[in-house]
Design a protein around this ligand. Structure first.
Ligand SMILES: Cc1cc2nc3c(=O)[nH]c(=O)nc-3n(C[C@H](O)[C@H](O)[C@H](O)COP(=O)(O)O)c2cc1C
Ligand SMILES: CCCCCCC(=O)C(=O)O
Length: 396
């Protein structure tokens, strides 16, 4: 008799068994030494939950809204490429699971099913993730197809001027399949599939910069969110200066005030608001781009503070448990996006597997809320978690 799958991580092992090594490595891997890949999960473990007791939690309401769209819980499906490598039904199965769970799905620019196939498969609320193509007309056409097919927002991925160095993919000679969205738009050489590194460098426009929000606005009326904003751990411009100075004194390090990296990085979030993005996704791309960037959970709060409620802040990276979601919400995220777990569910059991993954996360979040004294999402506050920084500060 098959043993019951009791958590999301167990789906990873099922996926490993189900997939050819080349694909499993592609989905599960991170960049270079995979330091950030480990950190994305370990940083969650260093945050403790501070529950309240004797609160009426006989009813728990996880529902929330993202950009005005109702969703059953603050959990979304992150854009991940090429779902048909995990399961023949690909993104259509994922979208159907999203619809069944009343969850928002973000379709990857690099999807294996087309924008239209996914749109016509179910009534899930869908956003469209955009990589800006060297040939801007190709990106513009895809965005317009998405808009015409009822996708509700564009998510611009800004952390990939080039593809990160994923050594397993290099060793495995990972090949991208044909991506049907581009049929008729690009040369057949790309259509027939190629080494992903080569395809990425043919695709990604490394000249993309802040002023290009103007071009994006000119091609769509949809809200545009930016994905890949990170800020530094120490947040010098956000009120942590006394602690920083103390730490720097102890460590005899030099901080140069105006030109320090923390200020520069915090400016990325502020800049995103200034140039008119409608939302921010704190993300390090699942640790697949630049290794040795911080875990995304460890920089979330700085971004939230820098943004100051002007636009919604979403979060992804390393979410594997309902408690992880609880922690991200306590640190100010409006919702989290989940990447690999969804693919593991899809690889293991198709649409049903994706549904189970989302249901498990929802069940765990619901229990976490009950045991923490939070009957609704808005009851989850900053004081429900204790971070490393809190612990350091209490020692001052
Ligand atoms: C296999 C894989 C493919 C991905 N493809 C894309 C993509 O096409 N576009 C994008 O913006 N992000 C992509 N990402 C990053 C995810 O959107 C997300 O940031 C990340 O997976 C979150 O971390 P998690 O996997 O730990 O949940 C991909 C991630 C993985 C694991
Ligand atoms: C096939 C070209 C590259 C796809 C990149 C998808 C992605 O973002 C990833 O992290 O992988």
């Amino acid at each position: 008799m098959a043993t019951e799958i009791v958590n999301v991580k167990e789906f990873q092992e099922l996926a490993r068994q189900a997939l050819p090594k080349m694909y499993y490595d592609y989905y599960s891997g991170g960049a270079e030494d995979q330091y950030t890949l480990r950190e994305n999960m370990e940083a969650f473990c260093r945050i403790q939950i501070q529950p309240r007791i004797l609160v009426d939690v006989s009813k728990i309401d996880m529902s929330t809204t993202v950009l005005g769209y109702n969703t059953s819980a603050p959990i979304m499906i992150a854009p991940t490429a090429m779902h048909q490598l995990a399961h023949p039904e690909g993104e259509v199965a994922t979208a159907r699971a999203a619809a069944a769970c009343n969850t928002i799905m973000v379709l990857s620019y690099m999807s294996t099913c087309t924008v239209e196939e996914v749109a016509s498969s179910c009534n899930a609320i869908r956003f469209f993730q955009l990589y800006v193509h060297k040939r801007r007309d190709v990106s513009a056409q895809l965005v317009q197809r998405a808009e015409g097919n009822g996708y509700k927002a564009v998510i611009l991925t800004a952390d990939a001027p080039r593809l990160g160095r994923r050594e397993a993919d290099i060793k495995n000679k990972m090949i991208s399949p044909q991506l049907k969205n581009f049929e008729g738009l690009l040369s057949t050489e790309v259509d027939k599939g190629s080494n992903i590194q080569a395809l990425a460098s043919e695709t990604f426009d490394a000249s993309l910069c802040w002023k290009d929000i103007g071009w994006l606005r000119s091609i769509t009326n949809l809200p545009i969110l930016i994905k890949g904003v990170l800020t530094c751990e120490d947040g010098a411009c956000l009120g942590w200066m006394p602690m920083l100075l103390w730490i720097s004194h102890i460590m005899d390090t030099h901080l140069d005030g105006g030109n320090s990296l923390p200020r520069m990085e915090a400016e990325a979030a502020i800049k995103a608001v200034e140039v008119g993005f409608d939302g921010i996704i704190v993300s390090n791309h699942g640790a697949r781009q630049l290794d040795y960037v911080p875990a995304s959970i460890s920089v979330l709060e700085e971004v939230v503070q820098a943004v100051g409620g002007k636009v919604p802040v979403l979060f992804d990276g390393g979410v594997r448990r309902g408690t992880d979601i609880f922690k991200a919400l306590a640190l100010g995220a409006q919702a989290v996006l989940v990447g690999r777990p969804v693919i593991y569910g899809l690889a293991a059991k198709g649409e049903y597997g994706v549904r189970r993954v989302i249901e498990m996360l929802k069940d765990e979040l619901e229990l976490s809320m009950a045991l923490s004294g939070c009957p609704s999402v808005k009851d989850i506050t900053r004081s429900h978690v204790r971070t490393e920084r809190d612990r350091l500060q209490s020692m001052l």
